[in-house]
Design a protein around this ligand. Structure first.
Ligand code: NDP
Ligand code: 8X3
Length: 252
């Protein structure tokens, strides 16, 4: 294996994570790709290992024992992770707080917040030992403002915002770069998951304007990880031109 950097990307089976994996591969960054959907990981591995070294890990970020064991099980040539993209996450439901489902609340807090923590817990010790590394936390505009019916999803992304700041403070003595990328509406499987497979309802979210594409966010993530080491993009918000806030979108 060459001396390329190694990036571990969670949520690499779809959307922003998959687009980032593809762009990283084009730019000679070796990959540890994570997700639950093994078939998609296998397909992506077959495609990207023509360009770089690729290893896949299949786990649910909610299962802390598995997360720690899987990352510990990485072969030696993939263990030394330089870049962690904490991307796995989703919204489940869009209801006023009084109508929200307990299962949806558990899913969002367990995946978006606790899952991100478990993965970070597994990766950070090596970064501390070598006094270098870069963690990018994928937050959201939902982590910057709360919108109607967004309640718990917004809470989970506000937590990511707080964790991003906390990581930057606590890991500062160890020369580790920490930053968040907070997108507005991106056309991925996000709304399909939020609306539990209702593709018609999901498609409507992105109708009447040009939403961000996962490749737009991948491009920004790649920019963030390719700055000189003394430059850390700490917190970045990106929306489509048509979007002014979570609730103001110029639709025609
Ligand atoms: P997608 O639904 O397209 O992708 C979500 C990814 O997360 C999938 O690869 C999925 O993999 C993974 N994932 C979900 N649940 C779990 C789990 N329990 N364990 C492991 N992996 C999991 O959505 P996006 O690409 O849009 O979302 C990526 C990130 O971007 C999320 O954190 C989301 O909150 C954030 N975001 C999205 C925006 C949007 O408008 N789309 C805007 C702002 C932020 P698998 O199902 O195989 O496990
Ligand atoms: C995803 C963006 O506005 O759907 O985080 O919450 S939004």
């Amino acid at each position: 294996m060459n001396k390329n950097k190694i990036a571990l990307i969670t949520g690499a089976t779809s959307g922003i994570g998959m687009a980032t994996a593809k762009l990283f591969a084009q730019n000679n960054i070796n990959l540890v790709l994570c997700g639950r959907r093994q078939e998609r990981l296998d397909t992506l591995k077959r495609e990207l290992e023509k360009e770089v070294a690729v290893h896949t890990l299949t786990f649910d970020v909610r299962n802390k024992t598995t997360v720690l064991a899987q990352i510990e099980s990485l072969p030696n040539n993939f263990k030394d992770i330089d870049i962690l993209i904490n991307n796995a996450g989703n919204a489940h439901g869009l209801e006023p707080i009084q109508d929200g489902s307990l299962e949806d609340w558990d899913a969002m807090l367990d995946i978006n917040v606790k899952g991100l923590l478990y993965v970070s817990k597994a990766v950070i010790p090596n970064m501390i030992a070598k006094k270098s590394g870069h963690i990018i936390n994928i937050g959201s505009t939902a982590g910057k403002e709360v919108y109607p019916k967004g309640n718990v999803y917004c809470a989970s992304k506000h937590a990511v915002d707080a964790i991003n700041q906390g990581m930057r403070i606590d890991l500062n003595p160890y020369n580790i770069k920490i930053g968040a990328v907070n997108p507005g509406m991106v056309e991925t499987e996000f709304s399909e998951v939020r609306f539990k497979g209702n593709t018609e309802k999901a498609a409507k979210v992105y109708q009447g304007f040009k939403p961000l594409q996962p490749e737009d966010i991948a491009d920004i993530i790649h920019f963030v990880v390719t700055r000189p080491y003394h430059v850390n993009i700490a917190d970045l918000v990106v929306m489509s031109t048509a979007q002014a806030s979570s609730t103001i979108v110029n639709k025609n």
